[in-house]
Design a protein around this ligand. Structure first.
Ligand code: BJW
Ligand code: ZN
Length: 239
């Protein structure tokens, strides 16, 4: 911990790259953890692809509605708060998240890049350009697009879909320019997001991992702290 705290103290351009483990202690399940991960119980082909949505819109819609409800009832944890509290001390700090839950923003982080979209928004399946934040939520089936009548879909990135171009570009640029990348709560298995720590290391940044389990990133990390983010981040980032 002492060495890791030293890396944070010396860093001037920090990127915090987060995944589902960041929100685990807020009670939001991860995707790939044994027993508790969503993909243990649900089929990603059915629930996180456009083909799955088209084949059964009510099924996919209701799964997202129940997750949205769980997220609305959850609160940011001590890890989210520690990252938000670091921002004033490290100007230019950027949070790059794969999470769709909006908890970094609710904890007070001001600059958050959402690589996989947001579960709090919907957009038109037909791509007419409609994006909405507040809509009449019937958990049983997707409402029609107010402009063209096609179903609305969650504004998240499903498998086989391109990440939002501007978000990905900004994340890649920040990764190449940072001097410290803190990688929290991600299995780093899903591309292209998983490339970011490797881009950072190639650009000369120190990489610091916070995760209870070993991951692909440990091999390039200057230090790996094995434990839960909600406990380790306040200790690591506390002033
Ligand atoms: C804790 C903790 C605690 C626990 N504290 N830590 C073959 C090879 C390479 C690539 C591909 C391939 N076949 C297909 C692809 C491409 C595919 C991909 O990468 N697949 C891999 C799985 C192999 N990628 C895509 O499709 C992407 N698009 C794309 O590539 O476009 C180009 C293209 C077009 C056409 C064809 C092919 C390519 C899009 C990816 C979209 C991912 N979407 C999801 C769902 C979002 C919506 C929703 O929420 O429903 O995003 S999937 C899911 O995984 C979600 C996450 O953001 C993402 C990453 O998961 P994450 O965050 O890392 O979570 P977990 O569960 O994996 O890990 C949790 C970690 O936390 C663990 O390490 C725990 O130990 C830890 N943890 N408790 C700290 N308390
Ligand atoms: Zn439309």
């Amino acid at each position: 911990m002492g060495r890791a705290r030293g890396l944070v103290a010396r860093a001037q351009r920090i990127v915090v790259f987060t995944g589902a483990g960041m929100s685990a202690e807020s009670g939001i399940p991860t995707f790939r953890d044994a027993l508790t991960g969503l993909w243990e119980r649900y089929d990603p082909e059915q629930l996180a692809t456009e083909a799955g949505f088209r084949s059964d819109p009510p099924l996919v819609w209701s799964w997202y509605a129940s997750r949205r409800q769980a997220i609305a009832g959850a609160a940011p944890n001590a890890g989210h708060r520690a990252i938000a509290a670091l921002e004033p001390r490290k100007p230019g700090l950027l949070v790059v998240t794969q999470n769709v839950d909006g908890l970094h923003q609710r904890a007070g982080s001001g600059d958050v890049v959402e690589l996989h979209g947001s579960i709090l928004r919907v957009r038109c399946l037909a791509g007419c350009g409609v994006v909405e934040r507040g809509w009449q939520d019937d958990p049983r089936s997707p409402p029609p697009c107010p402009s063209c009548g096609a179903p609305l879909r969650p504004d998240v990135v499903w498998f086989g879909e391109l990440l939002p171009e501007e978000a990905l570009r900004r994340a890649q640029r920040a990764a190449m320019r940072c001097d410290l990348m803190l990688v929290v709560g991600t299995s780093a298995l899903v591309y292209p997001a998983a490339e970011l720590p490797f881009l950072a290391a190639r650009g000369g940044a120190q990489v610091l991992v916070v995760n209870p389990e070993p991951t692909e990133v440990d091999g390039i990390a200057s230090a790996s702290l094995h434990g839960p983010a909600g406990r380790l981040l306040p200790e690591l980032l506390g002033g």
